[in-house]
Design a protein. Structure first.
Length: 261
């Protein structure tokens, strides 16, 4: 909140009664017609501001091509702006219904539209995506020696298949219901990888109905491999959460035990 207030003052934005909208991996704070986004848990695993820069750039690219996504601010510029060592990005506030959940076919079709548009994104994107996240977390926190061996095993087993620009964290929670229709957000995890990653993320939280509705299919073996990577990633990320919220360390250990059981 101090970082948001500092940036708002620097840019001449009205910051009376800023409203915290969301506080998990990132902290979202409403400033009138804009929303400030500051990394919370994610900054413990991702130093620097490359992820925020990518989020802004990809979201702007999709906005300019008529894809319905939460769009970055243009006046003032979205940033990232820095205060207290934290990157702050600015976005247009989009009224939406937080309780609405779209049917699987709507989610799948709208994700396919994102994939079709982002395929032409000209900027550089990471090539290892979640694998790089896992390696960085394990090197920094080393929560359990078994995780290093498991990360190597999973990576070695990943099929060599065609890559494309992905959303990176394409679960239904990153799709909001607006008056204009479904609207995606959170492109900081965008990377160039197999379609099976995005579909595996979608299926892991939404079920087979989402896969059935997506207008393309992937090999079952490839999907299984990337779904396994997603399950492992979720376990590792729980230890990042526990760095910020120590009372959640038992949850991480329970998830670890369940994974290896």
């Amino acid at each position: 909140m101090r970082a948001v207030r500092t940036v708002a003052a620097r840019l001449g934005l009205a910051a009376r009664d800023p409203e915290v909208l969301h506080e998990r991996s990132n902290v979202l704070v409403r400033l009138g017609p804009l929303v400030a986004r500051v990394p919370g848990t994610t900054r413990l695993a991702r130093p620097g501001a490359a992820w925020q820069e990518r989020d802004v750039a990809v979201s702007r690219f999709l906005t300019e091509r008529g894809v319905r996504v939460v769009s970055p601010s243009t006046d003032p510029e979205a940033g990232p702006h820095f205060a207290g060592g934290l990157p702050v990005t600015l976005w247009h506030h989009i009224p939406h219904d937080p309780d609405h959940r779209y049917a699987p076919d709507v989610v799948a079709r709208s994700l396919a539209e994102v994939h079709a548009a982002v395929r032409d994104y000209p900027g550089e994107l990471p090539r290892r995506g979640p694998l790089e996240d896992v390696a960085r977390v394990l090197d920094r926190y080393d929560p359990d020696p078994r995780l290093h061996a498991e990360a190597a095993r999973i990576e070695a087993a990943l099929p060599d298949v065609a890559a494309q620009p992905l959303h990176g964290d394409a679960h239904p929670g990153n799709l909001i219901a607006t008056e204009a229709g479904p609207c995606w957000l959170d492109f900081e995890d965008t990377w160039r990888g197999p379609l099976a990653w995005d579909l595996g993320v979608l299926a892991s939280q939404g079920g087979a109905e989402y896969l059935a509705a997506y207008p393309a299919s992937v090999d079952e073996g490839v999907l299984r491999a990337y779904t396994q990577l997603r399950a492992f990633y979720v376990v590792v990320w729980r230890f990042v959460i526990a760095q910020r919220f120590p009372h959640r360390l038992p949850e991480a250990r329970t998830a670890l035990a369940a994974y290896f059981s």
